[in-house]
Design a protein around this ligand. Structure first.
Ligand SMILES: [Fe+2]
Ligand SMILES: [Fe+2]
Length: 367
């Protein structure tokens, strides 16, 4: 920028109330002035403004304050108590894109679900749907609590990652809302909550590091929920639930995409992270398998997939097994993409599930 030509020296040095005044900011600063990012066709995005030094995310920030990245920062800023101060701790290369997508695709569980179209269902199917909704209402909010637990500990220089996690928390509130509403909306209600779900949630919330927590939650837990939503067309007893699953699915895909890319970024930049993630997943896979085979989860799903109790054995359980196979396959392929191959290490009974290792490897490579 050109040197200021105005005479700033004549500006008052004391306010009308006698407080000292500082006009130094008028003289420009070390930060990049004159940068004028151009809006893209969809508007001025976070990607558009990631220009020059404003777009540079430091590997090891020197500040631990809430000063905006790219501003001139007064020396001696207070320490906010951040413990996640390295880029590898939280970053993923898709955070800006995912944040923009999240903001653009927010929806309303009140307005965007055709609640008036709900029809009376067979009692068993309604019960099964309500049992599934009870479980989903319970587990959805862990994916809000977990980022909340860690976010205030993340260095403010990683603002885009924090902004994305805020969208995830809002998404999860809406998921808890929509499944709670569905449980109540058609005469069923909330059914049985078992201890198994809470054990899984405790494992996630108590993870020792954020990266372990994100592996357990984004990669494993939410990955499985994402595949459940993907099967929504088969599970849903009516178009209302199909719509619910579709809307939730697009949100969940973003959460899983962040987690996958975060683990990948961490492992690429700090190979020691891989073992830490493996240890978390060794334990997480075991707990999740126990949870997935819990007697009420598996039966509720089988009834929904069979359209009632009559065909639960010849249709419900075979479809349910297909679904489990798909969930484990896409989880393992996701691990490949994240750079932490589980194929040689997992205790998941791949043979029993009919999962072929080479197919997973290729799926991971192709992504
Ligand atoms: Fe969710
Ligand atoms: Fe989620």
């Amino acid at each position: 920028m050109p040197e200021p030509t105005k005479d700033y020296d004549n500006l008052p040095s004391v306010s009308p109330l006698g407080a000292p005044l500082d006009w130094a900011w008028l003289r420009g600063a070390k930060s990049e002035w004159g940068v004028r990012p151009k809006p893209s066709p969809r508007g001025l995005t976070m990607l558009d403004i990631a220009v020059g030094s404003y777009g540079e995310v430091p590997d090891h920030p020197t500040h631990r304050s809430m000063a905006p990245r790219g501003a001139d920062i007064e020396p001696g800023t207070p320490d906010m108590g951040y413990i996640l101060n390295d880029k590898v701790d939280v970053w993923a290369d898709n955070t800006r894109e995912l944040y923009e997508e999240a903001v653009a695709r927010q929806w309303s569980a009140t307005r965007d679900i055709p609640w008036n179209e709900l029809q009376e269902l067979d009692d068993d199917v309604e019960h099964a749907m309500c049992q599934l909704c009870t479980l989903l209402t319970e587990v959805e909010m862990i994916a809000a609590d977990l980022p909340a637990k860690w976010m205030w500990r993340m260095n403010h220089e990683f603002i885009e990652a924090k902004m994305f996690l805020c969208t995830q928390m809002m998404d999860e509130a809406r998921h808890a809302e929509v499944f709670r509403k569905r449980a109540l909306a058609n005469g069923g209600g909330l059914l049985l909550s078992r201890n198994g779900a809470t054990s899984l949630l405790r494992t996630i919330i108590e993870a020792k590091s954020y990266t372990q927590a994100t592996a357990l939650m984004h990669l494993l837990g939410e990955g499985f929920v994402l595949d459940l939503f993907r099967m929504g067309e088969l599970i849903a007893p009516s178009d209302v639930e199909k719509r619910i699953f579709r809307m939730c699915m697009q949100d969940e895909a973003r959460h899983v995409a962040y987690g996958t890319m975060h683990i990948r970024y961490s492992v690429e930049h700090d190979p020691d992270v891989a073992e830490e993630v493996h240890e978390a997943l060794d334990h997480g896979e075991m707990i999740l398998t126990e949870f997935g085979t819990a007697p009420d989860v598996s039966t509720a799903l089988a009834v929904l997939l069979a359209g009632g109790v009559e065909h639960v054995e010849d249709k419900g359980f075979p479809l349910s097994l297909e679904m489990t196979k798909k969930q484990f396959s896409s989880y393992l392929a996701r691990c490949e993409r994240a750079g932490i191959s589980r194929l040689e290490r997992t205790k998941i009974p791949l043979d029993m599930l009919g999962i072929d290792i080479e197919t997973i490897r290729n799926a991971g490579r192709a992504a």
